[in-house]
Design a protein around this ligand. Sequence first.
Ligand code: AMP
Length: 418
Amino acid sequence: MIHLIRGFRDILPGEVELWQRIETVAKDLFEHFSYREIRIPIMEKTELFARSIGEDTDIVEKEMYTFADRKGDLLTLRPEATASIVRAYIQHKLYAEDPVRKYYLVGPMFRRERPQKGRYRQFYQIDVEAFGVAAPYIDVQMIFMLHTLFNRLGVGDTQAHLNSLGCPQCRPAYRQALMALLDKVHAQLCEDCRRRKARNPLRVLDCKVPACQQAVADAPAIVDYLCPECRDHFDTVTRSLDALQVPFVLNKRLVRGLDYYTRTAFEMQTGALGAQSAVAGGGRYDGLIEALGGPPTPAIGFAIGFDRLAEIVGQLQGSAPSGIGLFIAALGPAAQEKAFMWLSRLGDQGISVEMDFAGRSLKAQMKRADRLGAGHVLILGDAELQKGMAQLRNMTTKEQQEIALDGLVETLARELKK
Ligand code: AMP
């Protein structure tokens, strides 16, 4: 038999209900803050990701699913959503009428990472982006929405980790100060970090190798190097988060793995399952839209790891698969034919309904009704057909009542929607 690809997975009914619930809560929240759903292809030209994410990031260097199609064009399965949404914004000139555009997207992303618990090669993200707003309030709105979403899903104990990455005006001075330290600790750094040091030194702060973490423990903080505009921006963000009672901590080591981030960078951490872990990450990327050929446009966004979030919510709440409304136990071909007509009309009336087509015994059918969590079972055999009545059994109270076959669909629709 052929198995699925390593690092990929199936999300089966039973678990899917949890994903649907999370998605509904998230979409409802975003819609209330005037974000609208956008759907974009899962594949783009490789160049889009290489240019936007940055050639010297792990994603572009090692993790993208890239292949040449039959004509030799280089294509990539999207490793994240921002680049494609920005591409759509520029391509359709969505900025022309109103530069302020707010989007959300839920869908699969692909990264060829080493598979491990909670890390997949096809994983899902809930992605939110806001274009055209330079004001720090939109940064606050992003973090506030994340905080609110986790609360609504019952994930307490969340904390926003916050940093500012400055801007092209103030970052060079910081970079210089950081480089001075990195030169001193060069010998302690891992091979990756030695390379990062030359091309993207901020990313050394983010390295998970303990020796590197120790080497940069005393690194200068970017927030001490901010220009007055970036300082003001950051102060407004922290002040407003305080006012909205969103818990956060400053984390001077928080940098984003992607090159295009400026100013506010954030991560949502939760201790819900013991160890602290990041469920979402995001930040401002004021330079990207222009870099990809659009007009200069401030932008900010975040991505929630859906797999991780579902795991947390599932463990906290348990998944409660909902049962169907009605099972029709039809005995004999004549009853089966009638039952199938009713089933079709009841489904159309908004009743969740199922029946057997195998002509099995009443006992076997009742067993299946139980497994499906049916609220009611309608029992219909030759005797009932002749009498013009069927038995309706309430599976919770075990009470049984006779109902007339005449007007049965209407009676059931009324009865079961109570
Ligand atoms: P990023 O796009 O790298 O900032 O990641 C945002 C969130 O997506 C992270 O906080 C993770 O929860 C989630 N994530 C990233 N990569 C994976 C993966 N390979 N498998 C599962 N979740 C992931």
